[in-house]
Design a protein around this ligand. Structure first.
Ligand SMILES: [Zn+2]
Length: 406
């Protein structure tokens, strides 16, 4: 193994100290030395640098364990800002986020079926709206987009709805804004968001977030690291075939994919079809274009057709999750995206189906729950990637660091 250079050791130690301060509400220099096994002098030098950078502050004194009362240090969450984008189907959303994942300002624009360069113009418009609202050092731009993404090169390999193919989004944004840029698949971003900021899941170091919105995808975090697979497409659960015969054609070219029966789009389409076949329910006006919001309202009012269709979709989700749990043996499954608005009955049907379609013992130990971040999961995940990449937080170094998720 190659020996670390002095510079590498210095950066490693600095990151270790910063990590310790971030992970504790407040902590003294002596405690940092104890936790990191670094010498007190090294810790003091690094803390001096962090104070000078304005990333941390001395916030008071702690209890004495004999001797002088120690000075407590804490992260200054509002010392930097990060920009996060969620390029969701109907609406692009963006936000300024601080170092603790708190949203400072939000903007959103309707997509109205725009794609290609028009969709790119919309991305610019949101960023142009947000950037003047950030008066602190701006760490970078994180983008969660649907589709297959090459995160290392910042290229959207294939996003059908946006008509982006081998689209160099990171480079385009870097050229325009001169900031580091990270592009992630939206479900993978949601997974990092929930992993980093979703309190309540933090006991587990591995989790799978299934993002069920217009499409369906998942993000897999294993031992604290995002698992992207060999080609970046790990977690494409939306295209697992769950209807073996007579399934609907999916946008991927196959038939009977999970997305064709369990996504928000699938539910709306199914209700439209069934409503056209039946004249005995409240959906009968064929000229009316049914929306997901309407399905949700009808579902909450106990409309039999909405109940039937949503419950059918939940059973397919349960079936797919059962397969996933059987393979990965991960105990924490988190659901995010539009479909979570169908609430507890939807979730309970998923869990029930999962338990009844798997022989795997690991299913019995699996928790399936809603995400903690709601509609902000993708935005917060795309910024968490940068907040966790400490080299980006130092003002003298506006460089595009290697993509690593710590
Ligand atoms: Zn498919």
């Amino acid at each position: 193994m190659k020996k670390a250079t002095r510079q590498q050791t210095k950066v490693h130690n600095r990151n270790l100290v910063l990590h310790t301060i971030i992970n504790n509400e407040s902590v003294s220099r002596a405690e940092i030395a104890r936790i990191t096994s670094l010498t007190k002098t090294t810790v003091s030098d690094i803390v001096a640098d962090l104070l000078e950078e304005g990333l941390i502050a001395e916030i008071g004194v702690g209890e004495s364990l004999g001797g002088k009362n120690p000075i407590l240090l804490s992260l200054l969450p509002d010392s930097r800002c990060l920009l996060g984008l969620d390029l969701a189907h109907n609406q692009f959303q963006g936000a300024i986020v601080n170092l603790r994942g708190q949203i400072q300002k939000k903007a959103s624009l309707p997509v109205n079926d725009r794609d290609g360069n028009e969709a790119l113009a919309l991305v610019y418009e949101i960023l142009d709206q947000l950037i003047p609202g950030c008066n602190l050092p701006l760490v970078g731009i994180g983008v969660g987009t649907p589709g297959l993404v090459n995160t290392r090169d910042g290229v959207v390999v294939d996003a059908v709805n946006l008509d982006w193919h081998d689209f160099p989004l990171a480079q385009l944004l870097k050229d325009r804004y001169h900031l580091p840029v990270y592009i992630l698949n939206d479900s993978q971003a949601a997974a990092i968001g929930e992993y980093t900021y979703g309190k309540g899941h933090i006991a587990e170091s591995s989790l799978v977030v299934i993002h069920v919105h217009h499409g369906i995808g998942s993000g897999i975090v294993i031992n604290g690291h995002l698992f992207q697979g060999d080609g970046g497409g790990a977690g494409e659960i939306g295209h697992v075939v769950v209807v073996s015969e007579g399934g609907l054609l999916c946008r991927c070219g196959n038939r009977g994919c999970l997305e064709t029966v369990a996504s928000a789009q699938a539910i709306v389409r199914r209700i439209r079809t069934l409503a056209n076949e039946s004249y005995s329910n409240s959906w009968q006006d064929p000229a009316h274009k049914i929306t997901l919001d309407e399905v949700e309202r009808a579902y909450n009012l106990g409309d039999p057709l909405a109940l039937q269709v949503v419950s059918e979709s939940a059973r397919y989700m349960g079936l797919a999750i059962s397969g996933l749990v059987g393979i990965l043996n991960i105990h924490e499954i988190v659901l995010s995206g539009d479909m979570t608005s169908f609430g507890r009955p939807w979730l309970d049907t998923i869990v029930d189906t999962m338990q009844h379609t798997s022989l795997s013992r690991s299913v019995q130990d699996t928790r399936v729950e809603f995400g903690q971040l709601g509609a902000n999961a993708v935005i917060l995940g795309s910024t968490a990637v940068m907040a966790n990449n400490y080299s980006l937080l130092f003002t003298g170094q506006p460089t595009q660091a290697e993509f690593t998720y710590q």
